[in-house]
Design a protein around this ligand. Sequence first.
Ligand code: HEM
Length: 309
Amino acid sequence: MQATKLKYNYDFNQKDQERVKRVGQKLSENAEAFVQAFYNYVSAMPEARRYLDKEEVIERHKAEIYQWYLSLFEGPYDNTYFARLHRIGETHVRIGLPTHYVNASVNFVQRYINEQIEHHFAGDAELVSLIAACGKVLDMNLDILTSAYHEGQMAPFERVSRYKIGLIRWAQKASDMTDLVLVIALMLVGPFVIGLFVYDVYLLVTGKVGMEEGILMVLGSLLILWALSELMEEEVRHLRGEGFAIAAFLSLAMAALIRKILVASLAEDKMYELLSYGALVLALGLVYWLIVKNDIRIGKRPNNRRSHE
Ligand code: HEM
């Protein structure tokens, strides 16, 4: 949306601009205190802290918030200003930050600024107009900051026909059903893997296999059990709308191969078998490393589920 149209719709005129500048002359002096207050507020929301978990990210974000606060009063409220806000919104969408936290934190900023105006401009004849003018700037900010979220949700529905919307909804339902079947299948496989573990222990305890082979078999089935539980955790994350880390499947495949290597390593005539298993594990390990390093996930749905958290 064009800056002029936005300002027109919010009834933000030249007088408002001057009022916001006047407020800025006082409030910008204490921008560090604002950043501190903003972070105290965000830190009090444990779910929100998940998105600001690393020290370097927090420091970067603090500097961004500081600049944003100063430009709130400075403007100029032109296309460049609002394009920058839109980009911030896109970053928030990209990291999967639910729009709820942006709404809540802008509401906090509004209360903070109002308190500051009441403190610095107590008794001023323009007090109410100063608060109203800053309110308009913040509302325009919120409008643009969250527009990226709406675009993510609405765009496909705006462009396609009703028939296609119906198809998309059915496909979504089918995909949800498939997820459900996957979880149930994984839950069914669980007892079989536990059974394999118990069977291996039984073979070891009853002396049906040698001590060395028995221990390796038990360790191998434990490894598969661990990989299966990882896979289930990933599937649960996927159900919550996060991407599915295909690395979990690879770790299961590697666990199964390692179990085979452990058992085959005891036989003397299985040299070629061992070498081929080793090569396979190496190849899988390489792919696993690449996937984990780049945090490759499939089927991430930041815009439809997590944004409503
Ligand atoms: C008034 C509300 C907010 C404003 C004005 C704001 C501003 C910004 C800005 C300017 C950026 C950098 C965007 C870029 O250059 O691409 C950013 C990124 C980010 N924001 Fe916010 N933010 C707000 C609320 C929040 C909240 C509530 C959270 C978390 C709970 C959050 C988490 C993040 C994270 C994790 C990034 C990416 C940081 C990085 O890796 O550099 N933001 N935000």
